[in-house]
Design a binder for this molecule. Sequence first.
Ligand code: ATP
Ligand code: MG
Length: 292
Amino acid sequence: MVKLQDVHKVYDNGTKALKGVSLTIENGEFVFVVGPSGSGKSTIIKMLIAETKPTSGKVLINGFDIGALRQREIPYLRRTVGVVFQDFRLIDNKTVYENVAFVMRAVGAPMKVVKKRVPYVLDLVGVLHKARRLPSELSGGEQQRVAIARALVNNPDIVIADEPTGNLDPARSLELMMLFEKINALGTTVVVVTHEKVLVNQFEKRVIAIDGGMVIGDRQGGYYEERYPGIYIPEDEPEQGEQTPETAEDAAPAYEDEPEETADAYEAYAFAEHEEPAEAEEPAEQEAEVDE
Ligand SMILES: Nc1ncnc2c1ncn2[C@@H]1O[C@H](COP(=O)(O)OP(=O)(O)OP(=O)(O)O)[C@@H](O)[C@H]1O
Ligand SMILES: [Mg+2]
């Protein structure tokens, strides 16, 4: 369970990121957290894994009181919370299998358990056939799935995903949300932070809206711009603070440094579905390892 009581957060530079946030998330819930850039969403997540502490107020999660937590207790807290970071944070020189196995070993799981559990979660998120690949050999969507597998592998009580659909097209985003629904149906509490209004409204879930460091809405079943004018982002207009390019040429420089990579990533991604099954590496590897 997650409980925030009148939480304020003032960063060292004086930024008031949270201004009296109170909310409760019960075990087994599926919750979207929405709000504009800079509204305080990631600050809430960072508190839930004790990356930062509240300036005042109380943050409780899975029986841990973040404000009162000692350094040596943090690993115990983190075993109960799986986080999918926006930038994945995968280890480049480890394979998909090793990336996920690593976090199990880090909490002292026996090898036998690791060898059963890792293939199970990789399969759950649909990347078992990539078990021997390095993160650099995967598409953005696949890396995201590996990050999710890693967040799930220690069987946390709660999974928190910060902008998990940031790099995905609408179809992939929808697929990913359905994956989170599946995870939730298996009993895990799921909290998804996202900007994507259209996506959120495709699901009948609880939506907590944050703006200016405060909760401005909390309701079941999607959100509507007329209720929360502060977070309404018109479909074909720029987000707050974004510059509107005058011409197509003005918009182009943003892509100048990464044309090839972007194209490659897109190809890997666009054609992923058409890969031959022969390409799939079944977890013979795991089988073999067991007998080592
Ligand atoms: N370490 C930090 N030091 C100082 N200010 C910070 C720090 N981290 C975040 N902030 C500020 O706190 C406010 C809330 O930031 P936060 O990252 O929680 O926003 P967010 O809702 O996650 O935004 P986004 O949607 O862009 O990820 C912002 O004004 C931000 O600039
Ligand atoms: Mg953020």
